[in-house]
Design a protein around this ligand. Structure first.
Ligand SMILES: C[S@@+](CC[C@H](N)C(=O)[O-])C[C@H]1O[C@@H](n2cnc3c(N)ncnc32)[C@H](O)[C@@H]1O
Length: 276
């Protein structure tokens, strides 16, 4: 199982659901009594679902988060007031029809066989199944450091080629939903906008340092090396790493004079289907 740190999840989900009412409208949160968030991590979406559904109803619904990683659930339990249970997305520890909405975010892109998980969601839900999955092939970056967007694209392309699961799933989740027999399928796109500008947060400073030292690249070096091997034109990993670190030093230089600005747009597709 691919593991994530609580720090990574909390940082990358920061501000993600600022516009949640419109973005999550397909989930009909005002009509839900029992909601399950599968692969909930540190509970960022679980909390948003709870706040949104409670705001739209007179009686607050039951909202439960389930994840295989106990350490993330401990963080979720500390920072939100939801209910959390340890469990496997392929064999959920709940009876058939226990919930009227089963949803996940950025889970299917990390699974070797996402269809089996969607089948399990359909077993546990009596009504709706939803998946909010990014399309990492369509991430857009603009930056005041000239080489940053292009180098990030090179790294992203190599990672996409080298990683074993489909991290660009996005709206192709609809095909999985169709194969599982879910009806009335629909997808809407939501963009998570991540902005770095002065005053720089501690996380932005840490990101810049990770670029300049190459430590960020190193975390995914197996996938990137494997993806680079098939790329055209062929850039070796050492060359890429050296360009990457030089770009990171430029980011730090611009931060020192408060010139640095970066915007990243990550498309998330919200796909919904009805259990027949
Ligand atoms: C990218 S994180 C997404 C977390 C959260 N949904 C979010 O978007 O902030 C993927 C999560 O899926 C969990 N996960 C991976 N495989 C799983 C499995 N087979 N069963 C349950 N959880 C799993 C990981 O522990 C991690 O918390």
């Amino acid at each position: 199982m691919r593991r994530f740190s609580a720090e990574y999840l909390t940082r990358t989900r920061d501000g993600m659901w600022e516009d949640s009412t419109a973005a999550l409208s397909a989930l009909s949160l005002g009509d839900r009594d029992r909601i399950l968030d599968v692969g909930c991590g540190t509970g960022e979406l679980t909390q948003t679902l709870s706040v949104e559904a409670t705001a739209q109803q007179t009686t607050p619904p039951l909202v439960v988060g389930v994840d295989a990683d106990r350490s993330l659930l401990d963080v979720a339990q500390r920072q939100t007031d939801g209910q959390y249970v340890q469990g496997d997305a392929f064999r959920l520890p709940f009876a058939t029809d226990s919930f009227d909405l089963v949803v996940c975010q950025a889970l299917l892109i990390n699974l070797p066989d996402p269809q089996v998980a969607v089948e399990e969601f359909a077993r546990v839900s009596s009504d709706l199944v939803a998946a909010i999955e990014p399309n990492n092939a369509q991430v857009g970056v603009t930056s005041t450091v000239r080489e940053e967007a292009e180098l990030e694209q090179t790294v992203r392309d190599a990672f996409l080629r080298g990683v074993e699961t489909d991290v660009a799933l996005g709206d192709t989740v609809q095909t999985l939903f169709e194969q599982v027999g879910l009806r009335n399928r629909s997808t809407t796109r939501y963009h998570h906008k991540k902005r770095i500008e002065p005053p720089y947060s501690a996380a932005a400073l840490a990101d810049a340092k990770a670029k300049a030292t190459g430590s960020g690249l190193q975390k995914h070096d197996i996938e990137i090396k494997s993806g680079l091997a098939g790329s055209e034109p062929n850039m070796g990993y050492d060359t890429l790493r050296s360009k990457w670190r030089s770009m990171g030093r430029d980011v730090i230089d611009q931060m020192q004079t408060e010139e640095y600005r970066r915007v990243e747009l990550v498309p998330f597709d919200v796909t919904v289907g009805k259990v027949p």
